[in-house]
Design a binder for this molecule. Structure first.
Ligand code: SF4
Length: 187
């Protein structure tokens, strides 16, 4: 049976979810329960089911990109799908892969399944969201979250220039607000 992936949403192009122009995947399902989480609609485990080739095809159809960001929900609660997606991207064009997770680096490193899931990423931004340490900047929701470079492709400095939020308006007028510090007050 083909590996499936519960995906909350995708976005073909974003400037507020990592360095440069990026495709974004928000996975569905998170049981970590960080108080003050800004994405509660992604917590329920049930959601749209996709296949890895479908999502990879969406990435390739998006055209020129600097990379792909996988966020959540909690990407590491579907570790096999995340691993397969990153491995499939590695077989394609040169795209930087960023994974945002609520798991801490130590939790990932001591669990072989989680460690394999991020092995093909370039940068993991790791750790529970702590509302008392809210930050927004640099793609860290709170200052306790850690940049964990898996490869030399990105440094923490690359993330400092990432805008805290963005508003994208589609041709039909639909607005999408995204980023680590959504600019809700502007609408
Ligand atoms: S890990 Fe992320 S999605 Fe899950 S509760 Fe924490 S902040 Fe929210």
């Amino acid at each position: 049976m083909a590996l499936t992936w519960r995906v909350h949403a995708t976005l073909a192009r974003s400037s507020a979810n990592g360095p440069g122009s990026r495709f974004v995947v928000w996975t569905q399902g998170c049981s970590l329960g960080c108080a003050g989480c800004f994405n509660p609609e992604t917590h329920a485990p049930a959601g749209p089911v996709r296949t890895i080739p479908e999502v990879v095809a969406e990435v390739l159809a998006a055209g020129a990109l600097d990379g792909v960001t996988v966020s959540g929900g909690e990407p590491l609660e579907q570790p096999e799908a995340l691993a397969a997606f990153c491995a499939a991207l590695r077989r394609g064009p040169d795209l930087g892969i960023v994974v945002l997770t609520g798991f801490a680096r130590a939790e990932i490193e001591r669990d072989p399944v989680l460690a394999v899931a991020v092995a093909d990423a370039d940068m993991v931004v790791a750790g529970r969201y702590n509302a008392r340490l809210h930050l927004g900047a640099g793609l860290r929701g709170s200052s306790n979250k850690e940049y964990w470079p898996i490869t030399a492709r990105y440094s923490a400095e690359d993330f400092r220039a990432v805008p805290e939020g963005e508003i994208l308006v589609a041709a039909d007028g639909t607005a999408t607000i995204t980023g680590m510090h959504p600019v809700t007050g502007m609408l």
